[in-house]
Design a protein around this ligand. Structure first.
Ligand code: NCD
Length: 318
């Protein structure tokens, strides 16, 4: 790959990306973050292009972040939520997508509860497809905004100790983060109650433990995950109170990590279940809102690069 762009027409996951493509996205996002600090937050990079945001699952951060990124790049946007459309009349996913494609969009951003839906559509449509979360499979833009946040705070990935703690079994965020962080040579340890840890996940090149204290020991980055109640996560332990007692991140537990360790969470947080409010709101340790801010920059970078933009050119065009 040359530094000129991404190899695929789509962004379906982190698994198919090269480390150099990940770095290209992060570098481009870093240069785009500045747009958000301008008084007039708009550059003409995607003027005349149309993006359809197709969300079949609940979303706050991801949906608004894509829409913000699209607007800052001057793209036209159409927002689709399954409720209120012909999906309620029984129209199939492929028919819905083909009908939307007939309106000539340039991008389709899709979130769906079934793994593989973005891949299925990407292979049947000419439109560029971006995966905004497919079931428990991948959430590539989340992993990229996490990587951008880690790089800003730690300056490197090589040898960095990252503990990812919580509902590993149902998390698409963790799968994308494992691929992303291991490709960048970070050392990843996963921690969950045995009932929320997938069998054989070590084969992805990560350490695994059910002991929270062991996972925190010497960690540079502590990434907490929500228990995915809607995917059955709550069945795996007796009560929220017990979960917090064993796997909740408190000030006391955080002392086991490195003194400069950062705390991350993809949101939505369940305060008092996987994280205490004291830590979630600790401006010295928590980078949770920086993750959200970086999400816009990462999504701008992806839209721009998939549209064929070269990393140096957008500033000149702007
Ligand atoms: C996550 C998701 O939906 O995958 N949130 C997000 O996109 N930032 C994580 C979650 O739902 O727990």
């Amino acid at each position: 790959m040359t530094k000129a762009g991404l190899r695929s027409k789509d962004l379906l996951g982190i698994e198919p990306l090269d480390p150099s493509e990940i770095e290209l996205i992060l570098d481009t996002a870093e240069s785009m973050a500045e747009i958000g600090k301008r008084e007039i937050k708009k550059v003409p990079a995607l003027r005349g292009r149309m993006v359809v945001n197709l969300f079949f699952e609940a979303s706050t951060r991801t949906r608004f972040s894509f829409e913000t990124a699209e607007k800052w790049l001057s793209a036209d946007t159409l927002n689709f939520a399954a409720k209120g459309t012909s999906v309620e009349k029984g129209e199939s996913l492929l028919d819905t997508a083909k009908n939307l494609e007939a309106m000539s969009p340039d991008f389709l951003v899709i979130r769906h509860s079934s793994p593989g839906v973005p891949h299925f559509l990407a292979s049947r449509l000419k439109t560029r497809v971006i995966n905004a979360g497919d079931g428990a499979h991948e959430h590539p833009t989340q992993a990229l905004l996490d990587a951008m946040t880690i790089r800003q705070r730690k300056g490197k990935f090589d040898g960095l100790k990252v503990a990812i703690v919580g509902d590993i079994a149902h998390s698409r965020v963790v799968r994308s983060n494992i691929w992303c962080l291991t490709k960048l040579n970070a050392k990843v340890t996963l921690c969950a109650p045995p009932t929320l840890m997938p069998v054989d996940i070590e084969s992805m090149g990560v350490g695994v433990t059910s002991d929270f204290e062991e996972a925190l020991d010497g960690a540079d980055v502590v990434m907490m995950l929500r228990v995915q109640i809607e995917r059955g996560g709550k069945m795996a332990f007796p009560s929220s109170r017990e979960y917090f007692a064993r796997y909740g991140l408190t000030r006391e537990r955080l002392r086991l990590a490195r003194p400069d360790a950062i705390v991350m969470h993809p949101g939505p947080m369940n305060r008092g279940v996987e994280i205490s409010s004291e830590i979630a709101d600790d401006a010295d340790r928590s980078v949770i809102l920086s993750q959200v801010a970086n999400g816009v920059a990462v999504r701008m970078a992806i839209l721009y690069l998939l549209a064929g933009g070269s990393p140096q050119a957008w500033q000149e065009k702007a």
